[in-house]
Design a protein around this ligand. Structure first.
Ligand code: F6P
Length: 548
């Protein structure tokens, strides 16, 4: 047994779960008029309602003990102070430094990194201001109208999510496009919409070695040169964001258009760095700075609030409660804001790549579950597809509902209808529908006898399905920054309790190696027989089709 599962608090939580699973939230609410006040937090316009969870004050106290037992407060300081807590890569983890004010000091190997962070922010400001104002034009003297981010994973999902989420703040003169997949369809369909004279490509790659990104970057370069007739056009139409400055220069990117970041910024935590360049271009530097300020505000809350009143901590502990003690395997992110349509996919990488781990910090296999499958879609679309399983399936799926109080598009009754759906769903998931309620409903519809009895089982909802609700005033850069940092720090808390490294991704690196190894075999002349019979046949069928 690991220290974690052997610990008295873990054992106490297991015993407590046996009692709690017999209770209903319906009763917990009925018996406590103050339940909402007890189990909700408000901070700087953000409401976190976690009262619709299968918890009591005792549950929360035990979960807080679990956090204390893992020395969470020390770990928080170790993260913020730039200790090399990403041990398998011997790196500090300092996305928090990227959103820190100029007068802060964070040391990595004895050097304060904040001046470098602000030097790059100034570079982003100059460049984005010049492109947006037209002070910097394309090769033929035309204003840039299209930005194409070429990158994948952490070098794409954050900027894509944020540009969509902050569309109301975006420039009317610019359109942001995102190309990730090595499938040529991705870039081909994007290029079809573009005019080379008004297009800027941003090659975003921490390593500048990622197969998909480099393939797309070379295709984009060839397209641009073909359309503008000269290699010289590349200087005005390409920028790069990378930690690998020698590779960006080999690619031929004008060094003035190369934006640097550092190995202490993890890919999936990098939208705050120069990887956010497309965001700054699209929404303007002032708005980008509001996003950073929101992230920093959540960091301050996380660092300073007591554990009992700490949003990322509570969110993390609830995830652990269900994942480890109720055995839930997945967790839904349900934003009731169409602008947040890419938020579930963004969190999917952030959470699953961070905490989808099976060995602990000492390299030993863990004897408890770590992260769950994260998925979701914006409300109300999800209601008409997968909510059926959440309401009446055999598995418990905890869910986070996120919603703005006011809409950027206040048209008629739309927003009231949207939020009525959101609130009704969390209520229905919690309450369910008892047999007698279902029976009364059927009677009211005029059913009797066998017909009523036959339909009755299908009309019962077990309820007791947990959810959190995060309500905010309006989706703006500051609020989005806070929400992203909330989830980033939640993930960190869970990794500390699970004693795993949230900041490496060897599983993904494995995929990168495999792709490069197999490619030459698809091009080879002779029959391939070095793999298992399935893989050999798949390769040979492809070769027979394409190699003469
Ligand atoms: O998707 C896995 C990953 O390793 C991410 O962590 C990273 O953001 C992405 O690949 C792309 O890598 P790079 O930015 O080096 O091209």
């Amino acid at each position: 047994m690991s220290n974690l599962t052997r610990s008295s608090v873990w054992q106490a939580l297991s015993a407590h779960q046996i009692e709690i699973r017999e209770q209903t939230m319906r009763n917990l609410f009925a018996n406590d008029a103050n339940r909402f006040d007890k189990f909700s937090l408000r901070e700087d316009g953000l409401l976190f309602d976690f009262s619709k969870n299968l918890i009591t004050e005792e549950t929360l106290a035990l979960l807080i003990n679990l956090a204390r037992q893992s020395n969470l407060s020390d770990w928080i300081e170790r993260q913020f102070n730039g200790e090399k807590i990403n041990t398998s890569e011997a790196r500090a983890v300092l996305h928090t430094a990227l959103r820190s004010p100029r007068d802060c000091s964070v040391l990595v190997d004895g050097k304060n990194v904040i001046p470098d962070v602000h030097r790059v922010l100034e570079h982003i400001r100059r460049y984005s201001d010049a492109i947006r104002s037209g002070a910097t034009l394309g090769h033929t003297g035309k204003k840039i109208r299209h930005i194409v981010n070429i990158g994948i994973g952490g070098s794409a999902l954050g900027p894509l999510m944020a540009c969509e989420a902050l569309k109301p703040f975006g420039s009317d003169d610019l359109t942001a496009h995102f190309v990730s997949n090595v499938d040529a369809t991705d870039i081909a369909e994007t290029l079809k919409k573009l005019d080379a004279e008004t297009t800027l490509f941003i090659i975003s790659s921490k390593t500048f070695t990622t197969q998909e990104t480099l393939a797309n970057a070379h295709t984009a370069r060839a397209w641009l040169v073909d359309h503008l007739g000269t290699e010289q056009a590349v200087a005005k139409h390409f920028a790069a964001v990378s930690t690998n400055l020698s590779e960006t220069s080999k690619f031929g990117i004008n060094p003035e258009n190369v934006f640097e970041f550092w190995d202490w910024v993890g890919g999936r935590y990098s939208l705050w760095s120069a990887i956010g360049l497309p965001i700054a271009l699209y929404i303007g530097m002032e708005n980008f700075e509001r996003l950073l300020a929101g992230g920093h505000a959540m960091d301050e809350h996380f660092r300073n609030a007591p554990l009992e009143k700490n949003m990322p901590v509570i969110l993390a502990l609830l995830g652990i409660w269900y994942g480890n003690f109720f055995g839930t395997g997945s967790y839904a992110i349900l934003p009731y804001d169409q602008y947040m349509q890419h938020f579930p996919a963004y969190l999917q990488q952030l959470e699953m790549e961070s905490n989808g781990k099976r060995v602990d910090r000492e390299g030993k296999p863990v004897d408890y579950d770590t992260h769950f499958v994260v998925w979701g879609a914006p409300g109300t679309n999800g209601q008409h597809s997968f909510y059926q399983l959440i309401h009446q399936g055999t598995r418990m799926v905890p869910a986070d509902f996120l919603a703005p109080l006011t809409s950027h598009n206040p048209i008629g009754e739309h927003h009231a209808m949207l939020l009525s759906n959101c609130f009704a769903q969390t209520e229905a998931l919690m309450l369910g529908k008892t047999e007698s309620e279902a029976r009364a409903e059927l009677v009211a519809q005029g059913l009797t006898g066998n017909a009523l009895e036959a339909l009755l089982p299908y009309k019962i909802f077990p309820g007791n399905r947990p959810s959190n609700t995060l309500l905010f005033e309006k989706l703006d850069p500051y609020t989005l920054g806070r929400l992203i940092a909330l989830y980033e720090q939640k993930i960190f808390v869970q990794s500390v309790i699970w004693n795993i490294n949230a900041f490496d991704q060897w599983g993904v690196e494995f995929g990168k190696q495999l792709a490069n190894k197999l490619l030459p075999e698809l091009r080879s002349k002779g029959t391939v027989n070095t793999h298992d019979s399935s893989t050999n046949n798949l390769i040979n069928i492809y070769r027979n089709r394409h190699i003469a």
